[in-house]
Design a protein. Structure first.
Length: 89
């Protein structure tokens, strides 16, 4: 589920925070773990907006996390080869 977007491209860390905060914690998922994923997404956005490479791990178990790393128009902020994406067992 994607949050409703105000604009198609995110150009500030404040807008990125609002975008990431718009993703609700999935039912049955730890709220603490969700906050950690959101913080990682914010860090990735921060690197993207500074035009630097995010050096952290981007391989997580929740498909929603990867949606956090996309502009509202669908453009990813990280190269597809940086992430394995979610794969159900």
């Amino acid at each position: 589920m994607r949050p409703i977007a105000i604009s198609h491209r995110i150009a500030s860390i404040e807008a990125a925070r609002l975008h990431v905060a718009g993703f609700p914690c999935p039912e049955g998922f730890s709220h603490f773990a969700w906050k950690q994923l959101q913080q990682t997404a914010i860090s990735a956005w921060h690197a993207h907006l500074r035009n630097t490479t995010f050096r952290g791990n981007l391989n997580f178990c929740r498909p929603e996390f990867y949606d956090m790393l996309r502009h509202p128009d669908g453009l990813s902020i990280v190269s597809p080869n940086r992430i394995r994406r979610y794969q159900a067992a």
